[in-house]
Design a protein around this ligand. Structure first.
Ligand code: CO8
Length: 372
C-alpha cells in the first residue's frame, strides 16, 4: 500500500466580480420592471409582487460580500439575469476544460510535475457542461496526461469524494499520480431572479495534485484518512437533465435551476457534518484539540462558525477556520479547496487539519491531512 499525499494546489479565479450592491441593484431593477408588467395580475391576487433584495440582508445572512463570475454583464442585465457564455465549436476547448487547464497548470507547477506525469484526472463538479465525452478526458488531452480520466458529480462534496477516489487508487497502486479538478460555473445553474438564493453562488476552478508521498518533489500533505457519507434529501435539488424534453414541458421551469429550502438545509446538515467530522477524528485516534486548521465548505459564515465550535469544543481562534466565502461566495465543491489553497502553506511539519465539504444529496466528505 502507498501513502497518498497532496503535493500541489491551484485556483483559477475569473476576472469579473459582482459586489452585493451591484447584484441587488440589478435584481431590484428586474423586480420593479416585473411588478410594473404584472400590475393587473398582482392587483387581482393572481401572482405575488416581487420584493426587493437587500445587500445588508445578504451579508448578515451569509457573510458573502462579492462573487467572481465568468460573465458579469449577462447576470446583471435585468432583461436577462443569467450569464452569456457563447457555445464553442467542438474543435475548441470547452469552457470548463479551459478553466481546469489554468488551475491544473498551477497545481502541477507547485508539485514540480508535468501533465505527462499524471495518470488519473477526476473532474469533480456539481454540473458538467455536456453529457459526454467526459470533460475530464478533454482536460487529460489538454494537459498531455496519461492513463484515464472521468467526471463525477456529488454537488458541493465533489472535491472530497474525488480526493477519496484518487487517494484510494494511489493507495492500492492502480494509479501513481492524480489531478482532482473542480471547475464550478455555478452562475449558469443559479436562478438570479430568485431573491431567496440569487446571492449565494460564484464561479471558480480548483485543482489538487495527489501522488505517492515518497515520490513528492517538495512540501506535501499526507492524506491520512478520508470518509464520505450520503443521505437522500430533496431540500437541495435541480431537476434539469437529459429527460427534460421527454417531459413535454420545454419552458424555463423554476426547478430547472438550483432550488433549496435553505432553513431546513441549515438545520439538518449542521448536526450531520459535526457528527461526521467528530466520528472520523475519533475513529482515527485524532483529538480535535490537536487540529491546527479546519478548511470547511464555504456556504455560510454562521454555519461554519457553528461547525467549528462544535468540532473544536470552543470558539475557533482567528485563522483556525479560515473563510473565503466573503470574496468568492459559495463555489460548491471548490470552496473548501480554495480555503485550503489560501490558508495551508504557513503550517509546520506534523501539523494536522481537516478538509470538509457538505451539500446537496445530502453529502458530507472529510479528509484528514497532516503536513509532512
Ligand atoms: N433580501 C432581503 N430579504 C431576504 C432576501 C434577500 N435577498 N432573501 C430572503 N429574504 C427574507 C425572507 O423573505 C425572510 O423574510 P420573512 O422572515 O419575512 O419571511 C427572511 O429574509 C429570512 O429568510 P430565510 O429564512 O430564507 O433566511 P436565512 O436566514 O435562512 O438565510 C440562507 C438564507 C443564507 C440561504 C441560509 O438559509 C443558508 O445559508 N442555508 C444553508 C444553505 C446551504 O448551505 N446550502 C447548500 C447549498 S449548496 C450545494 O449543495 C451545492 C448545490 C450545487 C451548486 C448549485 C450552484 C447554483
Amino acid at each position: 500500500m502507498h501513502q497518498p499525499a497532496i503535493t500541489g494546489h491551484g485556483v483559477f479565479t475569473p476576472s469579473q466580480t459582482i459586489t452585493n450592491d451591484e447584484l441587488v441593484a440589478a435584481f431590484n431593477a428586474y423586480a420593479e420592471r416585473w411588478n410594473a408588467e404584472n400590475a393587473e395580475r398582482i392587483a387581482a391576487g393572481e401572482v405575488e409582487a416581487r420584493t426587493p433584495s437587500s445587500a445588508e440582508f445578504i451579508f448578515n445572512a451569509s457573510g458573502i460580500e462579492q462573487r467572481f463570475v465568468m460573465d458579469k454583464a449577462g447576470v446583471l442585465d435585468p432583461d436577462r439575469m443569467y450569464p452569456a457564455l457563447p457555445a464553442r465549436p467542438d474543435d475548441q476547448p470547452g469552457i470548463m476544460a479551459d478553466m481546469a487547464r489554468d488551475a491544473c497548470t498551477k497545481a502541477l507547477e507547485m508539485a514540480g510535475r508535468t501533465g505527462a506525469e499524471i495518470d488519473l484526472i477526476i473532474c469533480a463538479a456539481s454540473n458538467h457542461e455536456r453529457a459526454y465525452p467526459a470533460v475530464a478526458i478533454e482536460i487529460q488531452q489538454l494537459l498531455g496526461a496519461q492513463g484515464f480520466a472521468f467526471d463525477m458529480n456529488v454537488a458541493c462534496s465533489s472535491a472530497t469524494f474525488g480526493i477519496q477516489a484518487a487517494g484510494d487508487m494511489i493507495r492500492s497502486g492502480s494509479v501513481r499520480r492524480a489531478l482532482v479538478v473542480c471547475p464550478e460555473i455555478c452562475s449558469a445553474h443559479l436562478e438570479w431572479r430568485d431573491r431567496d438564493c440569487h446571492f449565494i453562488f460564484g464561479d471558480v476552478c480548483t485543482a489538487l495534485v495527489l501522488e505517492r508521498a515518497d515520490e513528492a518533489q517538495g512540501a506535501r500533505w499526507d492524506v491520512v484518512s478520508t470518509r464520505c457519507a450520503t443521505q437522500f434529501s430533496n431540500n437541495i435539488r435541480n431537476n434539469d437533465g437529459f429527460l427534460r424534453r421527454t417531459h413535454d414541458q420545454m419552458e424555463d421551469r423554476r426547478d430547472m435551476q438550483f432550488m433549496q429550502n435553505g432553513r431546513k438545509v441549515f438545520k439538518e446538515v449542521l448536526p450531520m457534518v459535526s457528527a461526521h467530522i467528530l466520528g472520523h477524528l475519533s475513529d482515527e485516534g485524532w483529538q480535535a484539540d490537536g487540529l491546527k486548521r479546519l478548511w470547511l465548505h464555504q456556504a455560510n459564515k454562521t454555519m461554519n462558525d457553528f461547525i467549528g465550535k462544535k468540532v473544536l469544543g470552543r470558539e475557533p481562534e482567528a485563522g483556525e477556520q479560515p473563510n473565503i466565502l466573503q470574496d468568492y461566495a459559495n463555489t460548491s465543491s471548490a470552496g473548501s479547496i480554495i480555503a485550503f489553497s489560501e490558508h495551508s502553506e504557513d503550517l509546520a511539519p506534523g501539523d494536522r487539519g481537516v478538509i470538509c465539504s457538505f451539500g446537496a444529496g445530502y453529502s458530507v466528505g472529510s479528509v484528514l491531512v497532516q503536513r509532512a
